[in-house]
Ligand binder design. Structure first.
Ligand code: CP
Ligand code: NVA
Length: 313
């Protein structure tokens, strides 16, 4: 059974195919999409809040002629102690695939291990692979008429703020996969974590990233300046400390001005204007935040299609 739990679950070549299909879905959306999920129901189990991920998956599944079933963990028996092992096996008897947003990454891995259906990681504390594929597609679309994944090679992406969070981890994993040069900048307390380094080592991936405490060093000559919230879902108790430490890493128009003249500003959203990024930057012509959000739909439809096809073989 094919799962999508982390960026490297598809090869470079397979991701390039996902991008080609996503571009086709995007261009032909008005005329309708092929019924690739006909007679299928995909459950969407959320332990955390969501706007983009939930809506884009639900709409995407419907457009591929499938049924999307939203499940809120808080009112399932899971919240009263039913095991993940049992829940995974039971859901596998009803539905054809499972999209999960959870806290510990081990939760999605456990569902994948015990169930007999495809599992998609819709964000964990460790990784957010659906976001990364959509963001990489958004860059590729910007730099190449045909959204070629190759167009990312040797580009410099500066990531500012929480360098130990799910988005930073995902970019670290993706940088070696896509051939991006990733320059992370953040406070020492939020430097890249050992868990992502262990995963890189385990997969035999090279380190395509640098880490500095100096935001201007990271942003200098960058093709993309990327940031995320300083306090992720689940980290709320540390909000004050994080805000204090990360204030020097806020993306301002002045800082963005030191990147390449045609640099892009990106953010997975939701944003907190006035914290990790100014409203001026969010509204600037360099900002492609809404293209990123839109592309979640097209790219996730292509991921669903790739999983369904992989499971046929
Ligand atoms: N970027 C993202 O995953 O947004 P949601 O939390 O709204 O799904
Ligand atoms: N790092 C953020 C991403 C939200 C899409 C969080 O986990 O809350």
């Amino acid at each position: 059974m094919k799962h999508f739990l982390k960026e490297t679950d598809f090869s470079f070549h397979e991701i390039a195919e996902i991008f080609a299909r996503a571009l086709d879905f995007k261009k032909t959306r008005l005329g309708g999409s092929p019924p690739l999920l006909k007679n299928q129901t995909w459950a969407m189990l959320f332990y955390k809040s969501s706007t983009r991920t939930r809506v884009s998956f639900e709409v995407g599944i419907n457009e591929l002629d499938g049924n999307a079933l939203y499940l809120d963990k808080s009112n399932m028996q899971l919240s009263r102690g039913e095991t993940i092992a049992d829940t995974a096996q039971i859901l596998s008897r009803y539905v054809h695939g499972l999209i999960i947003r959870a806290y510990d990454h081990e939760i999605v891995e456990e569902f994948a291990r015990h169930g007999s259906i495809s599992v998609i990681n819709a964000l964990t504390d460790f990784l957010h692979p659906c976001q990364i594929y959509s963001d990489a597609f958004t860059m590729a679309e910007h730099w190449s008429d045909t959204a070629k994944l190759d167009s990312l090679r040797e580009r410099k992406l500066a990531f500012l703020g929480d360098c130990a969070g799910n988005m930073a981890n995902s970019w670290i994993l993706a940088a070696s996969l896509f051939g991006l040069r990733l320059a992370l900048a953040g406070p020492e307390e939020f430097a890249p974590c050992s868990k992502i380094q262990e995963l890189l080592n385990k997969e035999g991936s090279e380190n395509n990233f640098t880490f500095t405490n100096d935001p201007s060093e990271a942003v200098l000559e960058a093709d993309v300046v990327y940031t995320d919230v300083w306090t992720s879902m689940g980290d709320e108790e540390e909000a004050e400390l994080r805000s204090e430490k990360m204030t020097p890493y806020a993306v301002t128009a002045e800082l963005l001005g030191t990147a390449k003249p045609d640099a892009l500003f990106m953010h997975c959203l939701p944003a907190h204007p006035g914290q990790e990024v100014t409203q001026e930057v969010l509204d600037s012509p360099k900002s492609i935040i809404f293209d990123q959000a839109e592309n979640r739909l097209h790219v996730q439809k292509a991921i669903l299609a790739a999983l369904v096809e992989a499971n046929r073989h």
